[in-house]
Design a protein around this ligand. Structure first.
Ligand SMILES: [Zn+2]
Ligand SMILES: [Zn+2]
Length: 284
């Protein structure tokens, strides 16, 4: 009996000793961690934005050249008398026009890359409404968000476009784009720096106030590229029944936008025709 009591007391002493040892070890670990110098931030936000701007500039420029070049090569095939589809340009594209369009587009690339890199940096720090769980705001918003973004972008561009045609602004904001009276697919991104800057901030800024999923951003960018490249290609690839039918009735086609490159006071829209219709600037 006395022997068992002694063993229990010994066990208690061992436990107490080991608990105090554990506590001391834990305290030592905490103090050791606290005494470590704070982990230096691997890359500062400014450096990160700079690096991402360079990367995005390359991605935007290379993507633009590949898509524009492929479209142009398919529409204006060597050995043909004219374009594929209904030719809208009077002449075969001139290399001087393409060189000008290429130069402005490559310059525009970094102007578009900078706000995107800032938006990405803000997203990394939780500062935007870009969300990764596709069901976070429900399926309805997932789909609707794309249309809301499109409508805002379309309205913004219509009014910005009209403003840029004001004689006081035209020369330094929009004349570069209009040097292509007979545009090619390469004109899809050829903007003066001011026009590029006035356009490039919109989508990243919207991402701060309107929730959007990256997949929707990707779809919007793809649609914008397809529309811009085809609408400047110098030919109408859609069949006449679509241009004059339900598609062309509401959406801006190459036939619609090519009119703007010749008659500056008509057809200012980006995706949809309703702003032009509403303001009496629509013609086809
Ligand atoms: Zn214009
Ligand atoms: Zn244009």
């Amino acid at each position: 009996m006395r022997f068992r009591a002694g063993r229990q007391a010994a066990a208690r002493q061992v436990r107490a000793a080991s608990n105090s040892l554990d506590r001391r070890a834990a305290a030592w670990r905490v103090s050791a961690i606290q005494s470590l110098p704070a982990r230096p931030n691997a890359v500062s936000p400014i450096a990160s934005i700079a690096v991402n701007t360079v990367l995005l500039t390359l991605i935007i420029a290379v993507r633009y050249v590949l898509i524009a070049w492929t479209t142009h090569a398919l529409i204006w095939r060597k050995g043909r008398a004219g374009s594929v589809g209904t030719q809208l340009n009077r002449d075969w594209p001139k290399s001087a026009t393409i060189r000008h369009e290429l130069k402005l587009s490559v310059l525009s690339s970094w102007i578009y890359a900078l706000p995107a890199a800032i938006g990405y940096e803000a997203w990394k720090h939780g500062g935007t409404m870009v969300y990764l769980d596709p069901l976070k705001y429900g399926v309805v918003w997932l789909v609707l968000s794309g249309f809301v973004y499109l409508l805002i972008q379309d309205a913004y561009y219509y009014w910005l476009h009209r403003l840029m045609h004001h004689p006081a602004l035209f020369r330094w904001t929009h004349a570069g784009h209009h040097r292509s009276r007979q545009p090619t697919a390469f004109a899809s991104f050829s903007f003066d720096w001011a026009e590029a800057a006035l356009n490039a901030w919109l989508l990243p800024a919207l991402a701060f106030v309107l929730p959007i999923h990256p997949a929707v951003i990707l779809i919007l960018l793809t649609l914008a590229t397809i529309a811009a490249v085809l609408n400047h290609s110098g030919a109408e690839v859609l069949p006449p029944w679509m241009v004059r039918g339900p598609v062309g009735e509401w959406l801006i086609t190459a036939s619609h936008h090519s009119v703007h490159h010749n008659h500056y006071q008509k057809n200012f829209g980006l995706y949809f025709r309703f702003w032009d219709r509403l303001m009496g600037t629509d013609t086809l």
